[in-house]
Design a protein around this ligand. Sequence first.
Ligand code: GCO
Ligand code: MG
Length: 408
Amino acid sequence: MKIIDAKVFIGGPAKNYVTLKIMTDQGVYGLGDATLNNRETLPAAYLQDYLIPNLIGLDPRRSEDIWQFFYRGAYFRRGPIAMAAFGAIDMALWDIKGKLANMPVYELFGGLSRDGAMVYAHATGSDLEDLMDSISHYVEQGYKAVRVQCGIPGMPTASYAVPEHKGEGKHYITDFAGIRPKVEVWDTDKYLRYMPDALAEIRDRFGPDLKILHDVHHRLLPREAAEFAKAVEPARLFWLEDPTPAEDQNALRMIRQHSTTPIAIGEVFNSVWDCNRLIEDELIDFIRIAVTYGGGITPVKRIVDLAGLHNVRTGFHGAPSHSPISMAAQSHLNAWAPNFGIQEYLVLGTPECDALFPSDHRMDNGMIHVSDAPGLGVDFDETEAKRYSYKPGSHPVVRLQDGTMWNY
Ligand code: GCO
Ligand code: MG
């Protein structure tokens, strides 16, 4: 059996999805997602210029050897661009493997461990009351877990994932804002003073059962993050995400020493070498790596197993920049993983998105039910794809009030 061709498509209804389709001489094809948010053309070029020419003629069933060939063969390996490109190939090869076996991919891992996988939605508000409305909206739809972000009184501009005005509950990363980033101005003191009480009020309003998550989006210094993690303990968060930038892993030790608030990190990680110390030293509670930026199912499944040895649960990144293909790959891992925690899940672009990526994966009452179709269980409609093309976008940048650059 041989790979005879592979194509890359960029575009989609709300995001520039980078979709890889690998064709075989037996008519079976596989789909992968290489979407690297706001840098989509780069993994696409890596695939087109370097990887696809080397894929042609290989046996698609040898997914392990193909992963090792690209990873070890890259020399300048790791990093989000290379790993997203390897990841798309790996997903497509598991898709083919499942189709050949006539089984959903989760069966190849060991089968279902649960009936459905709990997801969390993103609630957001320009102020606390606006956020409360947004949370109620998700609770009414049956969500058991909600990530909460809100405007901080006196903050110079709206910050990460917070709308400027009431009722605008929207997410920046769905905007095609052009190449030049929007600038957000951040004030740590105001955030530290306001947010712990706001989280406690949310807990009071919604009661003990709602799972409440909060994303700091890398804004705090280690000592500040430790103070914050301790201050939010009364709110009993399900997790506190990215309290500090991920590069300085010692920061997580500092936070752990001061607080029992569960910590989630890893959405910008690309390999087991970014995760292993935090997992082995048990400095985190949830690992957030995504199958796209983490190089595909093959390496991420190994990370899940390593995490399981240390009581670290999964909480895969699921921002709207992931196409339904990588979300499906994660759904198969979630369905199987003994140490599954939660899945970030944002419904976007439907019905256009469903028309581009038809599937039987189902969201119901805050749970994902994985499709039992062979392979990943998602298709790609090339005719629909013709409606879309690449549009440049950029993440916002963050400055302090005196102009100093900060972390987005
Ligand atoms: C999340 C993330 C995203 C990122 C985005 C960057 O928790 O979902 O923090 O919102 O900002 O994925 O591309
Ligand atoms: Mg995040």
